[in-house]
Design a binder for this molecule. Structure first.
Ligand SMILES: O=C(O)[C@H](O)[C@@H](O)[C@H](O)[C@H](O)COP(=O)(O)O
Length: 248
């Protein structure tokens, strides 16, 4: 199942996405007593995380049942301005009712390759499974070049089918990244892209409607795969038809 959500002001993108996350959490907690969530990084989700820290959202569910992982991370110290962990901590987790022991940071600053192995084991141990762990919800962003998580065009990680978490040096970003692989992301009950702004309209169209070329547009690797795939967008980002390439 794949669904496009267009939040055009009532509710706003931020409230629509925050409500989507809390409703998924409430459903998972009701059904299984817990909610396993993997956060996306970059800029788009920051305002959504900040909304989840607001009192009215904090009252909505048993946040101590929520386990927070990270779908990818830049291999920098946790207090580095580029750290996805720092962004999520400052916007939400530091204020939040989620116990610090429920937050699973990717610690890639010293040895990315070893951390990818460790993080995969941490995930498997937490889920108590040797099979592919099934997250309740994995949040994803969409880069201008069609990447998602830290699955970048033309990189070996796109072809990984065994490992759940890998490390790689991303030439275009001049940095090491640790990232979930497509098999782990696709195994989730629900995957949700959070994408807003006119600048992403063309890439959303490319990924959803364009020719299938995941080596060019890695976000095309993400499929419902027996679960749900959601695109949470605002009116500027969500084209009804092929956007005007001149619009950028
Ligand atoms: O670590 C990262 O950078 C993200 O996980 C990455 O996949 C991000 O989601 C996209 O680049 C979109 O970023 P924006 O939301 O800032 O456009």
């Amino acid at each position: 199942m794949s669904r496009l959500w267009v939040f055009n002001g009532s509710p706003s993108f931020v409230d629509g996405a925050a409500a989507f996350i809390t409703e998924a959490a409430a459903k998972a907690i009701a059904e299984r007593g817990r909610f396993t969530l993997a956060l996306s990084g970059g800029g788009t989700p920051k305002s959504v995380y900040a909304r989840l820290a607001r009192e009215d959202y904090r009252q909505r569910l048993a946040w101590d049942r929520v386990q927070v992982f990270f779908g990818d991370e830049r291999c920098v110290p946790p207090d580095d301005p580029d750290s996805n962990y720092r962004m999520a901590r400052e916007a939400w987790l530091d204020q939040g009712p989620i116990p610090v022991t429920n937050v699973h940071r990717i610690r890639g600053e010293d040895d990315p390759a070893n951390e990818a192995l460790r993080y995969e084991q941490e995930i498997r141990a937490w889920f108590r499974t040797a099979a592919c762990p099934v997250f309740d919800l994995i949040l994803l962003g969409l880069g201008d070049n069609g990447h998602t998580a830290s699955l970048f065009p033309g990189t070996a990680s796109l072809r990984e089918r065994e490992r759940l978490v890998v490390a790689q040096y991303v030439e275009v970003m001049r940095s090491w990244r640790v990232t979930f692989t497509a098999p782990l992301i696709n195994a989730a009950r629900s995957k949700a892209f959070l994408v807003r702004g006119a600048g992403k309209a063309q890439m959303i169209w490319n990924v959803r409607e364009g020719p299938y070329q995941p080596d060019v547009w890695p976000a095309q690797l993400i499929e419902p795969a027996g679960g749900e795939l959601h695109w949470l967008t605002d009116a500027a980002a969500a084209p009804r038809t092929r956007p005007d390439p001149q619009r950028g």
